[in-house]
Design a protein around this ligand. Structure first.
Ligand SMILES: NC(=O)c1ccc[n+]([C@@H]2O[C@H](COP(=O)([O-])OP(=O)(O)OC[C@H]3O[C@@H](n4cnc5c(N)ncnc54)[C@H](OP(=O)(O)O)[C@@H]3O)[C@@H](O)[C@H]2O)c1
Length: 291
Protein backbone atom coordinates (compact mmCIF):
# COMPACT_ATOMS: atom_id res chain seq x y z
CA UNK A 1 0.00 0.00 0.00
CA UNK A 2 1.28 3.45 -0.97
CA UNK A 3 0.05 6.98 -0.32
CA UNK A 4 -1.02 8.39 -3.68
CA UNK A 5 -1.99 12.01 -4.25
CA UNK A 6 -4.19 12.66 -7.29
CA UNK A 7 -4.72 16.13 -8.78
CA UNK A 8 -7.83 16.68 -10.88
CA UNK A 9 -9.67 14.21 -8.64
CA UNK A 10 -12.97 16.01 -9.27
CA UNK A 11 -12.54 15.58 -13.05
CA UNK A 12 -13.50 12.80 -15.45
CA UNK A 13 -10.24 10.87 -15.25
CA UNK A 14 -9.40 11.80 -11.65
CA UNK A 15 -12.66 10.34 -10.31
CA UNK A 16 -11.90 7.01 -12.00
CA UNK A 17 -8.33 7.08 -10.66
CA UNK A 18 -9.61 7.58 -7.09
CA UNK A 19 -12.21 4.79 -7.46
CA UNK A 20 -9.72 2.23 -8.77
CA UNK A 21 -6.64 3.12 -6.72
CA UNK A 22 -8.41 3.49 -3.35
CA UNK A 23 -8.97 -0.28 -3.37
CA UNK A 24 -5.26 -0.81 -2.72
CA UNK A 25 -3.78 2.50 -1.59
CA UNK A 26 -4.29 5.49 0.66
CA UNK A 27 -5.58 8.23 -1.62
CA UNK A 28 -5.31 11.98 -1.15
CA UNK A 29 -7.53 13.39 -3.90
CA UNK A 30 -7.37 17.08 -4.78
CA UNK A 31 -9.73 19.14 -6.82
CA UNK A 32 -10.19 22.87 -6.88
CA UNK A 33 -13.61 24.48 -7.31
CA UNK A 34 -15.63 21.24 -7.05
CA UNK A 35 -13.62 19.69 -4.20
CA UNK A 36 -15.67 18.64 -1.18
CA UNK A 37 -14.40 16.48 1.73
CA UNK A 38 -12.72 14.03 1.70
CA UNK A 39 -11.19 15.70 -1.36
CA UNK A 40 -8.77 18.55 -0.67
CA UNK A 41 -9.27 21.87 -2.44
CA UNK A 42 -5.88 22.96 -3.78
CA UNK A 43 -5.21 25.72 -6.30
CA UNK A 44 -2.26 24.35 -8.26
CA UNK A 45 -1.29 27.85 -9.37
CA UNK A 46 -0.56 28.73 -5.71
CA UNK A 47 2.99 27.40 -5.30
CA UNK A 48 3.14 27.90 -1.52
CA UNK A 49 -0.12 25.99 -1.08
CA UNK A 50 1.25 23.18 -3.28
CA UNK A 51 4.44 22.95 -1.19
CA UNK A 52 2.43 22.93 2.05
CA UNK A 53 0.18 20.18 0.64
CA UNK A 54 3.17 18.00 -0.30
CA UNK A 55 4.77 18.57 3.12
CA UNK A 56 1.55 17.76 4.97
CA UNK A 57 0.61 14.56 3.12
CA UNK A 58 4.09 13.39 1.98
CA UNK A 59 2.74 11.04 -0.73
CA UNK A 60 4.88 8.28 -2.25
CA UNK A 61 3.32 8.92 -5.67
CA UNK A 62 1.57 11.88 -7.28
CA UNK A 63 -0.67 11.45 -10.33
CA UNK A 64 -1.12 14.86 -11.92
CA UNK A 65 -4.36 14.79 -13.92
CA UNK A 66 -5.54 18.40 -13.45
CA UNK A 67 -5.42 20.49 -16.60
CA UNK A 68 -7.38 22.74 -18.89
CA UNK A 69 -8.06 20.12 -21.55
CA UNK A 70 -10.52 21.81 -23.91
CA UNK A 71 -8.54 22.90 -26.99
CA UNK A 72 -10.95 25.72 -27.87
CA UNK A 73 -10.69 27.18 -24.32
CA UNK A 74 -6.86 26.91 -24.40
CA UNK A 75 -6.78 28.71 -27.75
CA UNK A 76 -8.63 31.72 -26.33
CA UNK A 77 -7.01 31.87 -22.86
CA UNK A 78 -3.26 31.41 -23.20
CA UNK A 79 -2.43 32.94 -19.80
CA UNK A 80 -4.66 30.62 -17.80
CA UNK A 81 -3.60 27.62 -19.90
CA UNK A 82 0.10 28.31 -19.36
CA UNK A 83 -0.45 28.82 -15.61
CA UNK A 84 -2.23 25.49 -15.06
CA UNK A 85 -0.95 23.22 -17.84
CA UNK A 86 2.70 24.34 -17.86
CA UNK A 87 3.78 26.37 -14.79
CA UNK A 88 1.86 24.27 -12.23
CA UNK A 89 3.10 21.01 -13.81
CA UNK A 90 6.68 22.29 -13.85
CA UNK A 91 6.45 23.31 -10.18
CA UNK A 92 4.96 19.94 -9.17
CA UNK A 93 7.70 18.12 -11.08
CA UNK A 94 10.47 20.04 -9.28
CA UNK A 95 8.88 19.72 -5.86
CA UNK A 96 8.19 16.00 -6.30
CA UNK A 97 11.77 15.46 -7.42
CA UNK A 98 13.13 17.26 -4.33
CA UNK A 99 10.94 15.15 -2.04
CA UNK A 100 11.49 11.78 -3.74
CA UNK A 101 7.83 11.57 -4.84
CA UNK A 102 7.26 9.57 -8.05
CA UNK A 103 5.28 11.71 -10.49
CA UNK A 104 2.92 10.47 -13.22
CA UNK A 105 1.94 13.35 -15.48
CA UNK A 106 -1.16 12.81 -17.64
CA UNK A 107 -0.60 14.13 -21.16
CA UNK A 108 -2.33 13.83 -24.51
CA UNK A 109 -2.09 12.39 -28.02
CA UNK A 110 -2.50 16.01 -29.20
CA UNK A 111 1.27 16.53 -28.73
CA UNK A 112 1.45 14.90 -32.20
CA UNK A 113 0.42 16.51 -35.50
CA UNK A 114 -1.50 13.43 -36.65
CA UNK A 115 0.21 13.10 -40.04
CA UNK A 116 2.30 9.95 -39.45
CA UNK A 117 0.49 7.44 -37.22
CA UNK A 118 1.02 5.27 -35.34
CA UNK A 119 3.24 7.15 -32.90
CA UNK A 120 5.79 5.41 -30.71
CA UNK A 121 6.70 6.82 -27.30
CA UNK A 122 9.89 8.28 -28.85
CA UNK A 123 8.21 9.80 -31.92
CA UNK A 124 8.78 13.48 -32.68
CA UNK A 125 6.10 15.76 -31.19
CA UNK A 126 4.64 18.65 -33.19
CA UNK A 127 1.38 19.91 -31.64
CA UNK A 128 -1.04 21.77 -33.90
CA UNK A 129 -2.95 23.72 -31.24
CA UNK A 130 -2.18 25.66 -28.05
CA UNK A 131 -3.52 22.89 -25.80
CA UNK A 132 -1.09 20.40 -27.37
CA UNK A 133 1.74 22.92 -27.17
CA UNK A 134 1.09 23.50 -23.46
CA UNK A 135 1.13 19.75 -22.75
CA UNK A 136 4.31 19.34 -24.84
CA UNK A 137 6.03 22.05 -22.76
CA UNK A 138 4.84 20.43 -19.54
CA UNK A 139 6.08 17.00 -20.69
CA UNK A 140 9.53 18.45 -21.34
CA UNK A 141 9.59 20.13 -17.90
CA UNK A 142 8.49 16.91 -16.17
CA UNK A 143 10.97 14.66 -17.97
CA UNK A 144 13.92 17.02 -17.60
CA UNK A 145 13.32 17.53 -13.87
CA UNK A 146 13.71 13.83 -12.93
CA UNK A 147 14.34 10.68 -15.02
CA UNK A 148 12.08 8.69 -12.67
CA UNK A 149 9.05 10.87 -13.51
CA UNK A 150 6.60 9.38 -16.02
CA UNK A 151 4.50 10.96 -18.77
CA UNK A 152 1.27 9.10 -19.57
CA UNK A 153 -0.17 10.08 -22.97
CA UNK A 154 -3.86 9.27 -23.47
CA UNK A 155 -6.36 9.86 -26.32
CA UNK A 156 -9.97 11.09 -26.11
CA UNK A 157 -11.60 9.83 -22.90
CA UNK A 158 -15.08 8.73 -21.84
CA UNK A 159 -16.53 7.00 -18.81
CA UNK A 160 -18.87 7.77 -15.92
CA UNK A 161 -19.68 11.40 -16.67
CA UNK A 162 -21.54 13.74 -14.29
CA UNK A 163 -23.38 15.21 -17.30
CA UNK A 164 -23.28 14.21 -20.98
CA UNK A 165 -21.35 17.27 -22.17
CA UNK A 166 -18.51 16.43 -19.76
CA UNK A 167 -16.65 14.31 -22.33
CA UNK A 168 -16.10 14.79 -26.05
CA UNK A 169 -17.60 11.31 -26.57
CA UNK A 170 -20.75 11.42 -24.43
CA UNK A 171 -21.58 14.94 -25.66
CA UNK A 172 -22.45 13.22 -28.97
CA UNK A 173 -25.44 11.59 -27.21
CA UNK A 174 -26.61 15.03 -26.10
CA UNK A 175 -26.28 16.33 -29.67
CA UNK A 176 -28.29 13.37 -30.98
CA UNK A 177 -31.03 13.91 -28.40
CA UNK A 178 -31.37 17.54 -29.56
CA UNK A 179 -31.24 16.73 -33.27
CA UNK A 180 -31.61 13.21 -34.68
CA UNK A 181 -30.31 14.47 -38.06
CA UNK A 182 -27.20 16.22 -36.67
CA UNK A 183 -23.85 16.51 -38.49
CA UNK A 184 -20.65 14.95 -37.09
CA UNK A 185 -16.93 15.10 -37.95
CA UNK A 186 -16.03 12.13 -40.15
CA UNK A 187 -12.45 13.34 -40.69
CA UNK A 188 -10.46 13.08 -37.42
CA UNK A 189 -9.68 9.51 -36.38
CA UNK A 190 -9.94 9.05 -32.62
CA UNK A 191 -9.39 6.16 -30.24
CA UNK A 192 -12.01 6.57 -27.48
CA UNK A 193 -10.61 5.13 -24.27
CA UNK A 194 -12.50 4.43 -21.05
CA UNK A 195 -11.12 6.26 -17.99
CA UNK A 196 -11.37 3.07 -15.92
CA UNK A 197 -8.87 1.42 -18.30
CA UNK A 198 -6.45 4.33 -17.82
CA UNK A 199 -6.91 3.97 -14.04
CA UNK A 200 -6.32 0.19 -14.12
CA UNK A 201 -3.15 0.82 -16.16
CA UNK A 202 -1.93 3.36 -13.60
CA UNK A 203 -2.68 0.85 -10.84
CA UNK A 204 -0.36 -1.63 -12.59
CA UNK A 205 2.34 1.00 -13.19
CA UNK A 206 2.45 2.34 -9.61
CA UNK A 207 2.95 -1.25 -8.41
CA UNK A 208 6.17 -1.57 -10.43
CA UNK A 209 9.54 -1.02 -8.76
CA UNK A 210 10.87 2.54 -9.18
CA UNK A 211 13.78 1.41 -11.36
CA UNK A 212 11.36 0.14 -14.03
CA UNK A 213 9.57 3.50 -14.26
CA UNK A 214 10.28 6.82 -15.87
CA UNK A 215 9.89 8.33 -19.32
CA UNK A 216 6.92 8.19 -21.65
CA UNK A 217 4.07 5.65 -21.74
CA UNK A 218 1.23 5.49 -24.28
CA UNK A 219 -2.14 4.22 -23.03
CA UNK A 220 -4.86 3.83 -25.66
CA UNK A 221 -7.70 1.61 -26.75
CA UNK A 222 -7.33 0.36 -30.31
CA UNK A 223 -10.74 0.99 -31.94
CA UNK A 224 -10.30 3.73 -34.57
CA UNK A 225 -13.45 5.84 -34.93
CA UNK A 226 -14.47 9.26 -36.19
CA UNK A 227 -17.06 11.17 -34.20
CA UNK A 228 -19.55 10.32 -36.97
CA UNK A 229 -18.85 6.62 -36.43
CA UNK A 230 -19.28 7.07 -32.66
CA UNK A 231 -22.59 8.81 -33.37
CA UNK A 232 -23.67 5.88 -35.56
CA UNK A 233 -22.91 3.53 -32.63
CA UNK A 234 -24.72 5.74 -30.11
CA UNK A 235 -27.87 6.52 -32.18
CA UNK A 236 -29.54 3.07 -31.86
CA UNK A 237 -28.80 3.09 -28.10
CA UNK A 238 -31.06 6.16 -27.93
CA UNK A 239 -33.71 4.58 -30.18
CA UNK A 240 -32.67 6.79 -33.13
CA UNK A 241 -32.03 5.95 -36.78
CA UNK A 242 -28.27 6.38 -37.46
CA UNK A 243 -28.96 6.56 -41.22
CA UNK A 244 -30.29 10.09 -40.68
CA UNK A 245 -26.97 11.45 -39.38
CA UNK A 246 -24.76 13.60 -41.59
CA UNK A 247 -21.04 12.82 -42.04
CA UNK A 248 -18.82 15.92 -42.34
CA UNK A 249 -15.68 14.97 -44.28
CA UNK A 250 -13.51 17.91 -43.12
CA UNK A 251 -12.43 19.33 -39.71
CA UNK A 252 -15.30 21.01 -37.87
CA UNK A 253 -13.79 22.67 -34.78
CA UNK A 254 -12.12 26.05 -34.29
CA UNK A 255 -8.75 25.07 -32.72
CA UNK A 256 -6.75 22.98 -35.24
CA UNK A 257 -7.07 19.23 -34.59
CA UNK A 258 -4.68 16.47 -35.74
CA UNK A 259 -5.99 13.89 -38.23
CA UNK A 260 -4.85 10.63 -36.63
CA UNK A 261 -2.70 10.42 -33.48
CA UNK A 262 -2.84 6.64 -33.00
CA UNK A 263 -0.65 5.88 -29.97
CA UNK A 264 1.51 2.75 -30.12
CA UNK A 265 1.73 1.38 -26.55
CA UNK A 266 5.03 -0.46 -26.99
CA UNK A 267 6.24 -0.03 -23.41
CA UNK A 268 3.00 -1.26 -21.83
CA UNK A 269 2.96 -4.19 -24.26
CA UNK A 270 6.46 -5.19 -23.13
CA UNK A 271 5.30 -4.97 -19.50
CA UNK A 272 2.25 -7.15 -20.29
CA UNK A 273 -0.17 -4.38 -19.24
CA UNK A 274 -3.38 -4.20 -21.32
CA UNK A 275 -6.77 -2.84 -20.24
CA UNK A 276 -9.21 -2.32 -23.10
CA UNK A 277 -12.94 -2.77 -23.76
CA UNK A 278 -15.36 -2.86 -26.68
CA UNK A 279 -16.67 0.66 -27.37
CA UNK A 280 -20.27 -0.25 -28.20
CA UNK A 281 -20.93 -2.14 -24.96
CA UNK A 282 -18.97 0.34 -22.83
CA UNK A 283 -20.73 3.46 -24.17
CA UNK A 284 -24.09 1.69 -23.77
CA UNK A 285 -23.32 1.13 -20.07
CA UNK A 286 -22.29 4.77 -19.62
CA UNK A 287 -25.39 6.14 -21.37
CA UNK A 288 -27.74 3.79 -19.47
CA UNK A 289 -27.01 5.90 -16.37
CA UNK A 290 -28.21 9.06 -18.14
CA UNK A 291 -31.63 7.98 -19.47
N1 LIG B 1 -10.82 14.30 -21.38
C1 LIG B 1 -10.12 13.91 -22.45
O1 LIG B 1 -10.72 13.52 -23.49
C2 LIG B 1 -8.62 13.92 -22.42
C3 LIG B 1 -7.92 13.52 -23.57
C4 LIG B 1 -6.52 13.49 -23.55
C5 LIG B 1 -5.85 13.89 -22.40
N2 LIG B 1 -6.55 14.30 -21.30
C6 LIG B 1 -5.80 14.72 -20.11
O2 LIG B 1 -6.27 13.94 -19.03
C7 LIG B 1 -6.22 14.71 -17.82
C8 LIG B 1 -7.57 14.64 -17.13
O3 LIG B 1 -8.55 15.22 -17.98
P1 LIG B 1 -10.07 15.28 -17.55
O4 LIG B 1 -10.90 15.15 -18.76
O5 LIG B 1 -10.32 14.38 -16.39
O6 LIG B 1 -10.18 16.81 -17.05
P2 LIG B 1 -11.46 17.54 -16.43
O7 LIG B 1 -12.59 16.60 -16.25
O8 LIG B 1 -11.67 18.77 -17.25
O9 LIG B 1 -10.96 17.97 -14.97
C9 LIG B 1 -10.02 18.98 -14.82
C10 LIG B 1 -9.56 18.97 -13.37
O10 LIG B 1 -8.60 20.02 -13.19
C11 LIG B 1 -8.92 20.65 -11.95
N3 LIG B 1 -8.42 22.03 -11.95
C12 LIG B 1 -8.75 23.03 -12.79
N4 LIG B 1 -8.10 24.16 -12.42
C13 LIG B 1 -7.36 23.86 -11.32
C14 LIG B 1 -6.50 24.59 -10.48
N5 LIG B 1 -6.22 25.89 -10.68
N6 LIG B 1 -5.92 23.95 -9.42
C15 LIG B 1 -6.19 22.66 -9.20
N7 LIG B 1 -6.98 21.89 -9.97
C16 LIG B 1 -7.57 22.50 -11.01
C17 LIG B 1 -10.43 20.59 -11.88
O11 LIG B 1 -10.84 20.81 -10.54
P3 LIG B 1 -12.27 21.53 -10.19
O12 LIG B 1 -13.24 21.12 -11.26
O13 LIG B 1 -12.61 20.97 -8.83
O14 LIG B 1 -12.01 23.01 -10.17
C18 LIG B 1 -10.67 19.18 -12.36
O15 LIG B 1 -10.51 18.26 -11.31
C19 LIG B 1 -5.76 16.11 -18.24
O16 LIG B 1 -4.39 16.24 -17.99
C20 LIG B 1 -6.03 16.16 -19.72
O17 LIG B 1 -5.15 17.05 -20.38
C21 LIG B 1 -7.92 14.33 -21.29
Amino acid sequence: MQTIAITGATGLLGRALVKVLEKQHTIIGCGFRRAAPPLVSLDLSDQQAVNAFLDQYAPDVLIHAAAERKPDVCETDHTQTLALNVAASEHLATQCSQRGIRLFFISTDYVFDGTQPPYTEQAHTNPLNFYGQSKQQAEQAVLSSDPSHSVIRVPVLYGDVEYLAESAVTVIAEQLKLNAKSAHDDWAIRFPTHVEDIALTLADLVALPAEKLGGIYHVSDNQAMTKYQMARTIAPLLGLDGEQLIAVPEPTQSAARPHNCALQDTRLHLLGITHQREFGAAIAAVLARHE
